[in-house]
Design a protein around this ligand. Sequence first.
Ligand SMILES: [Zn+2]
Length: 76
Amino acid sequence: MKCLKCTNSIPEGRLKAMPGTKVCVSCSDTPKWYVRNIISGKTTYSEAEIIKDPEVAKKLRKMDRRSGWGSNLYKC
Ligand SMILES: [Zn+2]
């Protein structure tokens, strides 16, 4: 999936958060969201939790870093 404006590829996490998106983060004017990948146990089950509130995202980011279990953290 490529950005329509700058032709950079759009990160998977962003596509997951916004399936209809056509542009990358830098070309988008919507605020950055925080996506946490929640993976449980040995199953292939995984779920992405999307935090749209920047303040909450900031807190969670700190918390995840401290506890060390936030496996895949990225901006989208
Ligand atoms: Zn772009």
